[in-house]
Write a protein that binds this ligand. Structure first.
Ligand SMILES: Nc1ncnc2c1ncn2[C@@H]1O[C@H](COP(=O)(O)OP(=O)(O)OP(=O)(O)O)[C@@H](O)[C@H]1O
Ligand SMILES: [Mg+2]
Length: 221
């Protein structure tokens, strides 16, 4: 929080300097624009890290997934242009999770979906109960809630697929967001929850992320 207010103070003053620069101050103005973008990125990073750093003292509570998913979708798809179709069965299992962290994961994936469809389109957000046997190697046998987030955007070329969860891997233009940390942080959060995040994609057709979170059935709780 302190770090965030420091950055806000810097940004406020950069902004003031920028609007008081005269026409002859073109170089100063360009410099300030660079400082401003860096400041905004630092703010975004500080926010992600502050949520992630809570992993040290994670609060795992039994949560309903439905409100979390709906909040995340509402936060990301504020403006029209992208239609978010949400399918959640009534009897969806509950999960023991850190709600703030998991909402951040949903938001990171939804932001990517939005950024993959600059001209608008649709995103499908599907939640399901599923039982995993031995079919997914990196998951223990048991009950899971699977969240599927499907976009119809640009897709990911096969040579990038294995790198998208790497810290700082990004294909987005420098200076316009795109630190390449969204998925790296999301992957860590899901691993802390003993879950799994996986991806399938076809260039030109779209991308599907699947997030598995261990479920706690009512009679086990
Ligand atoms: N839904 C998607 N469609 C197409 N490409 C994607 C999608 N999601 C992720 N990617 C690719 O994976 C890369 C890494 O994603 P990640 O969210 O980690 O970083 P970023 O979005 O580039 O930056 P940040 O999330 O830090 O703002 C992206 O730059 C993009 O190339
Ligand atoms: Mg991202």
């Amino acid at each position: 929080k302190d770090f965030d207010s420091l950055l806000s103070a810097i940004l406020r003053n950069v902004f003031l300097a920028k609007i008081s620069a005269t026409d002859e101050d073109k170089i100063i103005e360009d410099g300030l624009a660079v400082a401003e973008r860096a400041g905004l990125q630092a703010k975004q990073l500080a926010h992600q890290l502050s949520i992630f750093a809570q992993g040290g003292y994670q609060v795992h509570k039994m949560e309903q997934m439905e409100p979390l998913l709906k909040e995340a979708a509402q936060n990301i798809f504020k403006d029209p242009g992208i239609k978010c179709n949400i399918y959640i069965p009534e009897e969806l299992w509950q999960c023991e999770i850190d709600a703030k962290q998991i909402r951040q994961v949903f938001e990171n994936v939804l932001i990517n979906a939005k950024e993959a469809m600059p001209n608008g389109g649709a995103v499908d957000l599907i939640a399901e109960n599923t039982t995993i046997g031995t079919n997914i190697k990196s998951l223990k046998k048991g009950s899971y809630v699977r969240i599927t987030i499907k976009d119809y955007g640009e897709g990911i070329p096969p040579e990038h697929l294995s790198r998208i969860f790497d810290p700082y891997f990004t294909t987005k233009k420098k200076g316009r967001g795109g630190l390449g940390l969204g998925l790296a942080i999301s992957d860590s959060i899901i691993k802390y929850h003993s879950g799994l995040i996986s991806v399938e994609s076809s260039v030109g057709l779209g991308t599907t992320f699947s997030i598995y979170l261990p479920a706690t059935l009512k009679n086990e709780a």
